[in-house]
Design a protein. Structure first.
Length: 246
């Protein structure tokens, strides 16, 4: 990157990414700014008309993207699998690779994918996202790059994530932010309990329980508690067959 003052450089980069026409353009800006080989953003559990709609934007070459999809590599990609269950950023060298994934990694190398990489998991409501950067730098050089820029990358990852959610849903984000109590009340309601029984279980008054259910219903835009619980299950806000959160 150009040797500007760090605040000035970051401010300029944030502005460029915010002004990018689309998330894919933002990734190219990110890649050029840090002289990376590739940048990829995954969003899981996105809700449009269908739950789990895959959303991926990447700067990988079309030939590799096509091969990745045709060979079903998404099922064995160790970085993606790890990234969607982890909570903190990680270097790709810290990921245990199963025997079944070795062929995938060799194929990736043959198609120009670098061995060095860094991924940033993002947890937002009931969504899991992952921003990954890739490089063909040597391990020693890559360590220096990550050490220098990892904090910046974390902020930029969340900025790109917000762009992706907006690109999908505009201002009408279909996943509301429910409180823990609202989720608990919906969970027990989904199991067929009435507000009086839920109040006893949670140690609340019946009036308070009804208030939580009502506020959850309004946030979900549902006409009844029954439809609110059904929508909460569809959006994976609750899981009536397990604990209160999926």
């Amino acid at each position: 990157m150009k040797e500007l003052d760090r605040p000035e450089r970051l401010e300029k980069l944030f502005a460029e990414i915010q002004a990018a026409p689309a998330v894919s353009d933002a990734l190219w800006i990110f890649q050029r700014a840090y002289d990376l080989d590739f940048v990829t953003y995954h969003l899981a559990l996105t809700i449009a008309d269908v739950v789990d709609t895959p959303y991926v934007r990447t700067t990988y070459k079309d030939a590799w993207v096509s091969r990745y999809l045709l060979r079903g590599y998404v099922k064995i990609d160790p970085i993606l699998r790890e990234g969607l269950v982890r909570y903190v950023p990680f270097d790709w060298r810290d990921v245990d690779v199963s025997p079944s994934a070795h062929e995938f990694l060799l194929d990736a190398r043959e198609h120009g994918i670098g061995a060095s990489g860094f991924s940033i998991p993002i947890v937002d409501k009931k969504r899991r996202a992952l921003l990954s950067v890739n490089s063909r730098e040597t391990p020693a050089e890559w360590n220096k790059v990550v050490e220098q820029y990892r904090i910046e990358w974390l902020d930029l990852a969340y900025l790109i994530h917000r762009r992706a959610v907006f690109e999908l849903h505009g201002e009408h984000d279909p996943v509301p932010q429910l409180s823990n109590r609202e989720i608990e009340c919906l969970h027990w309601s989904a199991l067929g309990l009435h507000s009086k029984d839920i109040a006893t279980i949670l140690g609340l008054s019946e009036h308070t329980t009804q208030s939580y259910l009502a506020s959850a219903r309004h946030k979900l835009g549902a006409a009844t508690i029954t439809s609110a619980t059904s929508l909460a299950i569809q959006l994976r806000l609750i899981n009536p067959y397990g604990n209160t959160q999926i």
